[in-house]
Design a protein around this ligand. Structure first.
Ligand code: FE2
Length: 431
């Protein structure tokens, strides 16, 4: 049973649900937590007096821009006084947490661990964290997750956590998903294995502290618990640790994944396939095959396509693409002001044309098409969304990382190779 009259060891049983109770069985996400005190035992939350730029930047006017955007690496040397939560900055997004609709895209830069007696959770959505520089040792209610660069983790809505920095300052990217949950993409004709395999996802083992009084309101400890609720921070101080889960069972839990385990698939005949074959996790919208957010990576891989333009083809998409670089270089971008470098980002919004820059294009047109391994020591990623993404004032101006010349430097020099075939009559209304 899940809820005995008296749980073993004097624990309380508490259900944490990530879907409606009546969600279809294959989507249903619920977990039973067995803890020393139930989560409801806390003094009332009050609006946090601490000003948080993470939250302030979500309230800024967002800008909708048809131009391609690219950012230099976001600073984290100046983040000495920030922890993971205060070091989050909202770059852009779409939708509204109150309607459980949309996403928020963040950069984090932290210079110190969160206080040992603090915890944070978001009521707004699940947070996908992409570590780029520095390790995160994340204490969650469910146990610890060590997340290093080239690893990702997902912390579901409502799960309390505390982020430590065992290797010093840290920087990375994050996506908050206001609706639904990430799932593994269907594999279709690929078959039963491939892309990210389910067995490679890792979940924490319960780990608890003992810091309690005789009742939930007694005790000398002071644990500051902060919640983000509709992009507003509220705070309480409780006299017992929130990290008191002694055991748990269910399918709603934080998890991590090592991107090095991704099974990359590509063409072995011709043409550059759509990047959907690199999807690690997908958060579906109600429209079949259409994601609110796909998390896609571009790991080292062999290119063997015959008679093929091998870099990404030029394109304009109804989906918007926010890209980041975890490490190394990216094969479709060579030149340009600051370039596309680790810790930086780019945004190609709905129908914003893009593709290889002029130099990459010429290189690819003239390359000898032997099998070649690309992306060695490198991993770019993409948050792809069916939504039009607004860019925050912080993302566009305050961070001072937007590369002014990106579009012109990338594509201004794209050469005209067109030659009119001899003997062809032009059919022109003006002729
Ligand atoms: Fe693209």
């Amino acid at each position: 049973m899940n809820s005995p009259q008296k749980c073993p060891y004097g624990l309380y049983a508490e259900k944490l649900s990530g879907t409606a109770f009546t969600a279809p069985r294959h989507e249903n996400k619920q977990t039973w937590l067995y803890r020393v005190l139930p989560s409801c035992s806390h003094p009332p939350y009050k609006p946090s007096e601490e000003k948080s730029e993470a939250v302030e930047t979500t309230k800024e006017k967002v800008h909708y821009i048809p131009n391609q955007l690219r950012w230099d690496p976001f600073d984290h040397n100046e983040a000495k006084n920030d922890d993971f939560v205060s070091g989050l900055r909202y770059v852009g997004g779409a939708g509204d947490p109150t309607m459980k609709s949309g996403i928020g895209i963040y950069i984090y830069a932290a210079g110190k661990s969160m206080d040992e007696k603090s915890a944070y959770y978001s009521a707004d959505g699940d947070l996908l964290i992409v570590a780029q520089d520095g390790d995160l040792d994340i204490r969650t209610e469910f146990g610890w997750l060590l997340v290093r660069p080239m690893e990702i983790c997902v912390i579901p809505r409502g799960v309390k956590y505390q982020v430590h920095l065992p290797s010093g300052s840290a920087r990375g990217y994050a996506l908050e998903l206001y609706q639904g949950h990430f799932v593994l993409p269907e594999l279709g004709p690929i078959g039963s294995n491939g892309l990210a395999n389910a067995r490679d996802f890792q979940a924490p083992v319960a780990c608890f502290s003992e810091d309690f009084g005789a009742t939930a309101s007694e005790g000398s400890a002071r644990y500051a618990v902060t919640v983000k609720f509709n992009n507003t921070l509220f705070r309480t101080e409780q006299p017992h640790t929130p990290f008191d889960v002694v055991g748990w069972a269910g399918n709603y839990y934080p998890y991590k994944y090592d991107l090095g385990r991704f099974n990359t698939i590509g063409t072995i005949s011709y043409d550059h396939p759509d990047p959907s074959i690199f999807t690690v996790l997908s958060a579906p919208s109600p429209v079949p095959g259409t994601a609110v957010a796909d998390f896609v990576i571009f790991p080292p891989r062999w290119l063997v396509g015959e008679d093929t333009f091998r870099p990404p083809y030029y394109h304009r998409n109804t989906m918007s693409e926010f890209m980041g670089l975890i490490c190394g270089g990216y094969d479709a971008k060579r030149g340009g002001s600051g370039g596309f470098v680790p810790g930086g980002a780019s945004l190609h919004n709905v129908m914003s044309g893009h593709g290889p820059d002029a130099e990459s294009n010429e290189g690819a047109r003239n390359a000898e098409l032997a099998p070649v391994k690309v992306g060695g020591g490198s991993c770019a990623f993409m948050f792809e969304s069916c939504l039009m993404l607004g860019v925050s004032e912080w993302g566009l101006r305050t961070c001072k990382k937007v590369q002014e010349g990106y579009s012109e430097e990338s594509w201004g020099g794209v050469k005209t190779h067109w030659k009119m075939p001899e003997g062809v009559q032009v059919n022109s209304h003006l002729a």
